[in-house]
Design a protein around this ligand. Structure first.
Ligand SMILES: Nc1ncnc2c1ncn2[C@@H]1O[C@H](COP(=O)(O)OP(=O)(O)OP(=O)(O)O)[C@@H](O)[C@H]1O
Ligand SMILES: [Mg+2]
Length: 252
């Protein structure tokens, strides 16, 4: 087990945001967390990366208890996070933003930089542009690229498709698959449950701070409860006849 989250409780003041969440991520997997607004997905990722502290439970990474480890040491250990809402440094160039992702590491970063530019050619074209002037979708790519600069063993992604045009959404999901196929384990949080379940191996459903379901992603895609709550209800596919009906007919 690469990452083991065991019965964690997290509070904001007196409010319990996580009420005993357990999630396992094996090396090489894409695991996705789905759930409604406020379910605790972002809080779970922030607790793994050390931005929030837990009041009970335990997080192990690579066999070690990291529950109390400082955030920058978790980055060094191999936990990379691309935060919700991007967090790009607006007054720094794209390339300097990327280097910030590896600030805790020493040594030559040319290999990591080349890999990020290979995944995101747009970032290479725009490497001298200020981060703050990049478009929303480009900033999303920059945030993911920055997390990859530290060469993480596991990449935590919080809503990578948020605010992207449909074509870019497809592209981001296929890049996440490529990142995974190149050897990085991924823990993905997504509003876009349909797409997330299509690329994930396993998934957990969160409701108000608890895990209410966990299964192979393919099984959740067929689960009637999950379909009704998170996938827009019906079984998706438009029957083939529907398009045949109008074929050759003018609609005006
Ligand atoms: N800084 C904070 N102070 C107080 N409460 C917070 C804070 N951050 C989150 N919460 C609360 O904790 C709960 C879980 O929030 P979280 O951001 O983890 O949800 P989420 O599943 O990521 O939701 P979304 O899909 O809307 O991003 C919510 O009820 C939220 O209001
Ligand atoms: Mg969130």
């Amino acid at each position: 087990m690469l990452l083991e989250i065991k019965d964690i409780h997290v509070h904001y003041g007196k409010i319990a945001a996580l009420k005993g969440i357990s999630v396992d991520v094996d090396e090489g997997e894409i695991v996705t967390l789905i759930g409604a607004n406020g379910a605790g997905k972002t809080t779970t990722l922030k607790t793994i990366s050390g931005l929030r502290s837990l009041s009970a439970g335990r997080i192990s990474f690579d066999g070690k208890d990291i529950s109390k480890l400082a955030g920058h040491k978790r980055v060094l250990a191999g936990i990379g996070q691309s935060p919700e809402g991007r967090g790009v440094f607006p007054g720094m160039t794209v390339e300097d933003n990327l280097y910030m992702g590896a600030y805790a590491r020493k040594g030559d970063l040319s290999k990591e930089l080349a890999e990020v530019y290979d995944l995101f050619p747009r970032l290479a074209e725009r490497k001298s542009q200020m981060g703050g002037t990049m478009s929303g979708g480009e900033q999303q790519m920059l945030a993911i690229g920055r997390a990859l600069m530290a060469d993480p063993k596991v990449l935590l992604l919080d809503e990578p498709s948020m605010g992207l045009a449909p074509m870019l959404v497809q592209q981001i999901f296929s890049i996440i698959e490529t990142i995974n196929q190149r050897g990085t384990t991924v823990l993905l949080v997504e509003q876009n449950a349909q797409q997330a379940l299509q690329i994930a191996h396993r998934a957990y459903v969160l409701e108000t701070g608890r895990v209410v379901k966990s299964a192979a992603a393919a099984d959740l895609l067929d689960d009637p409860e999950v379909r009704a709550a998170y996938l827009g209800g019906d079984l998706g596919e438009v029957p083939a006849e529907a398009s045949v009906e109008t074929e050759g007919k003018r609609l005006d």
